[in-house]
Design a protein around this ligand. Structure first.
Ligand SMILES: Nc1ncnc2c1ncn2[C@@H]1O[C@H](COP(=O)(O)OP(=O)(O)OP(=O)(O)O)[C@@H](O)[C@H]1O
Ligand SMILES: [Mg+2]
Length: 590
């Protein structure tokens, strides 16, 4: 049983309090199928969010199975299914893969053949047997809604909230989906609440809740709707609502509500009697499913049945790799960047680095010639120093660019799917760890290949280990800072734009081209990852002859040690991850 007691939801707008929901009180028995209707902006979605725990009511109480959720915490993820209007599946997965992943992420105790049976059962319940091998991107709108419902059925939820799952469908598909929801409410005492604008197919529901400007103005059997609003066709209800103020409708409703509650109960009892497979209560539901040997098994009816942290991590990581390889464009782009970027670097020193000339001029020459020879040597030394420094900066900037490309869309691009899965019990830390492992592999592959390729062609002097370490660190710093940005932004485009700006600032602010004004340098330098990777690599050359040329070529000499540079870049990684985790824990549903 779900009960709402005087639910209010108030927000501040232009200094005034606005009541988006006002004293909504409602009792919904198990196995009930309810339509929530009302004009756009009347608060339907807000009400659903309060029931599901996505929003906290300002006043009032939500009671679920005899417990006050505002006191005793949220509904368990396994008890609740929330089907939003938007598509919540990855385009590159098949229907079957989506269902199987949903089971692996949300249902702890099934594996092997039980998992396959459960997936079959879910696919059969939503009538998608013939399209199980189809990829999500080729499904029609109605088929995607079916899949959305199916993904929620994997935990066998007691409450299914559906937000406009029939919007935009043709009348035939709409009826099919409403019929499907109706069937789902008949099984296992499941309560199904469906938000809809449409007043078609109302006869399939047990009750209709009408909201108007945040007020509850009717909740009764569908066949009583036209009588209550004194209209000939239910379609005219919206027009009639406009004729009186919402407060007046609310006032009238409070006088009649008890009468209609009794009618609803009568209607639901009748419906159950006429449906042989219907389960009237939760206990009936259990015995029904036990007896019904023809049906494949439902998921275990266990309240605390979430998979463990590592299982979720592993499923998320393997799914990420599957998605990566399925998306040919992504694979092609990654390979292209990995191959082309090192080529861009070696173009500047195709024959490698010239031998570094000594400064001591030939003593047999006269004074003027000695001075000219010295000047020539110094010029050459500076040129070689500038080339080495430039090659290192170029590698650093390209790896920074790869880092931003790795991560900018990683979370923002799938935020709604993540939010949905999180509501279903996916732990933010399992999710973040899967991203760290996935991106970590890309970082290692990109940075090591860049280092090896450039070394093969340019034969740069100095400590290779220190250089590779700092190449990996610049990529990691930029990747994880951009992952933080990706987690904080609402859209993938915003995250990409911000990440590209971040890379764009690396070169001018690194000091490799021009030194920053001395008062600004202490402020900007710690933030510019490219500076640390580049100058740390140059410092690693301090024992080499070329260091002389680099010193005279670089505006920012002296350089930090490799250790300092590594530690600062590690800070960038840590800060990026903390931001990413913080924003993965926050709900960014809309
Ligand atoms: N977090 C919020 N802050 C400010 N206003 C909000 C917020 N959430 C919703 N609203 C406003 O509250 C009202 C109710 O929104 P809600 O999304 O619940 O309406 P709805 O009935 O679902 O509408 P629709 O049928 O268009 O989906 C709208 O006017 C909306 O602009
Ligand atoms: Mg809505």
């Amino acid at each position: 049983m779900l009960e709402l007691r005087d639910i209010c939801f108030t927000i501040e707008k232009d200094g005034h309090e606005v009541n988006l929901l006002d004293k909504i009180s409602l009792k919904v028995p198990s196995g009930h199928f309810m339509a929530v209707v009302g004009p756009s902006g009347c608060g339907k979605t807000t009400l659903m969010k309060i029931i599901s725990g996505l929003l906290l009511e300002t006043e009032g109480e939500v009671w679920w199975k005899g417990a006050d959720l505002s006191e005793d915490g949220e509904m368990l993820p396994n008890e609740l299914g929330y089907v939003p209007q938007f598509s919540i599946a990855y385009d590159h997965l098949t229907v079957e893969e989506c269902v199987e992943h949903a089971i692996r992420l949300r249902v702890g105790s099934v594996s092997g053949s039980a998992l396959e049976e459960l997936a079959d059962n879910v696919i059969q319940q939503v009538g998608m047997e013939t399209m199980r091998e189809k990829r999500v991107k080729v499904l029609s709108g109605g088929q995607k809604r079916r899949l959305g419902l199916g993904l929620e059925l994997v935990t066998n939820p007691k409450l299914l909230l559906c937000d406009e799952v029939t919007s935009g469908l043709d009348p035939q598909s709409e009826r099919e989906i409403v019929n499907l929801m109706h069937q789902l409410s008949l099984k296992q005492g499941r309560m199904v609440m469906n938000i809809t604008h449409s007043l078609a197919n109302l006869e399939l529901y047990d009750s209709v809740l009408v909201l108007h400007e945040g007020r509850m103005v009717f909740h009764g059997p569908p066949d009583a709707l036209s009588h209550y609003f004194s209209v000939q066709h239910v379609e005219d209800v919206y027009l009639t609502l406009k004729k009186r103020a919402a407060d007046a409708w609310q006032g009238s409703w409070s006088k009649y509500r008890n009468e209609y509650d009794a009618l609803i109960q009568k209607r639901q009892a009748n419906r159950r009697e006429s449906e042989p497979n219907a389960a009237a209560t939760e206990s009936d539901a259990k015995s029904n499913s036990d007896e019904d040997t023809d049906l494949p098994p439902e998921s275990p009816d266990n309240d605390d049945n979430l998979p463990g942290f590592f299982r979720q991590f592993w499923v998320l990581l393997s799914r990420r790799w599957l998605l990566f390889f399925r998306d040919r464009t992504q694979v092609f782009l990654q390979l292209a960047l990995m191959l082309i970027f090192p080529l861009l670097v070696v173009i500047f020193a195709p024959g490698g680095i010239e031998a570094f000339p000594d400064q001591a001029p030939d003593p047999s020459l006269d004074f003027l010639e000695q001075a000219r020879a010295t000047a020539e040597v110094v010029t050459k030394q500076t040129k070689i120093g500038a080339l080495v420094s430039g090659l290192m900066m170029f590698q650093v900037v390209l790896l920074a660019l790869m880092g931003s490309n790795n991560a900018a869309r990683e979370i923002a691009g799938e935020r709604l799917i993540y939010e949905k899965e999180r509501l279903g019990g996916v732990r933010p830390f399992s999710y973040l760890l899967s991203k760290i492992f996935f991106l970590g592999t890309l970082i290692l592959a990109q940075s090591l290949w860049m280092g090896i390729f450039v070394q093969m062609f340019c034969n740069l002097p100095g400590d290779i280990v220190a250089r590779f370490q700092l190449l990996i660190m610049i990529n990691a710093a930029m990747t994880f800072v951009c992952l933080g940005i990706s987690a904080a932004m609402k859209s993938a485009d915003q995250a990409s734009l911000l990440s590209i700006y971040l890379v764009g600032f690396q070169l001018p602010l690194s000091g490799a081209v021009l030194r920053m004004p001395s008062w600004l340098e202490p402020v900007t330098q710690p933030l510019i990852a490219a500076y640390w990777s580049w100058s740390g690599q140059l410092q690693a050359l301090s024992g080499e002859k070329v260091a002389l040329g680099i010193k005279s070529a670089s505006p920012t000499y002296p350089f930090p040690t490799v250790e300092t540079a590594t530690v600062i870049l590690a800070f960038h990684v840590i800060i990026g991850l903390i931001v990413a985790y913080g924003f993965c824990k926050r709900r960014l549903w809309d």
